[in-house]
Ligand binder design. Structure first.
Ligand code: SAH
Length: 213
């Protein structure tokens, strides 16, 4: 039964990702390897390899594959990196990051969602992820600094705690803007200097918390 999914996944990688400009071979390999259908609700499985966001429980969404690949490419993850992810959601993006990094630490405010994500990640053999339920706008200070930080919910501004927890030379990728429309930005840190680059328009569910909405 695995084969039809694999065919659909290869089609997604070729047509929706490579042809639309995703070029990092490590990112394309990760997208070709992670079984997205395992992370979407049962009734959405037939759509698992279409290039669109799909509904999760409690009004949250699993991001569109192109956006997952785009954000991952923009993050420039190296094999030795420790990555902080805010917004575990389904765990799909977590699985992609886990293939590229040494370790992923992921924070989600909704415990039930993270519980389900954790089960799937375990079932597919991902073992380099640490989980925390809480407000990710405050980061995860106990394990800071992080080489890379990825936020997968839309923020009003870049949360100061996340800037502070970014390692020197690190990269933070985050959607910033209005609750229903944002711009993806990359923040790079060099000492006490932070440089922000605007990347692309996007639409994520709101980042809800002390330093969010
Ligand atoms: N990367 C996920 C996207 C999930 S949507 C995926 O592909 O499945 C964004 C997630 O961010 C939601 O699950 C939402 O509950 C979570 N979220 C929103 N605000 C948060 C906060 N302050 N801390 C942690 N998670 C948050």
């Amino acid at each position: 039964m695995a084969e039809p999914w694999e065919r659909e996944r290869s089609r997604m990688v070729e047509e929706d990702l490579r042809r639309r400009g995703i070029h990092d071979p490590r990112v394309l390999d990760a997208m070709a390897a992670v079984p997205r259908h395992r992370f979407v609700p049962e009734e959405e499985r037939p759509h698992a390899y279409e290039d669109r966001a799909l509904p999760l429980e409690l009004g949250q969404t699993i991001s569109q594959p192109y956006m997952v690949a785009y954000m991952t490419q923009a993050l420039r993850v190296r094999p030795t990196d420790r990555v902080l992810e805010i917004g575990t959601g389904s765990g799909y993006q977590t699985a992609v990051l886990a293939r590229l990094a040494a370790e992923v630490l992921t924070v989600e405010r909704i415990g039930d969602l993270q519980g389900a994500a954790r089960d799937v990640l375990e079932e597919i053999g991902v073992d380099n992820v640490r989980f925390r339920v809480g407000d990710g706008t405050l980061g995860w200070p106990e394990h800071a600094p992080y080489d890379r930080i990825l936020v997968t919910a839309g923020a009003p501004t870049v949360p100061p705690a996340l800037r502070a927890q970014l390692a020197d030379g690190g990269v933070l990728v985050i959607p910033v803007g209005e609750p229903d429309l944002q711009e993806l930005v990359a923040v790079t840190r060099a000492g006490d200097d932070y440089h922000t680059t605007a990347l692309v328009g996007c639409r994520f569910v709101p980042l809800v918390g002390d330093e969010g909405w």
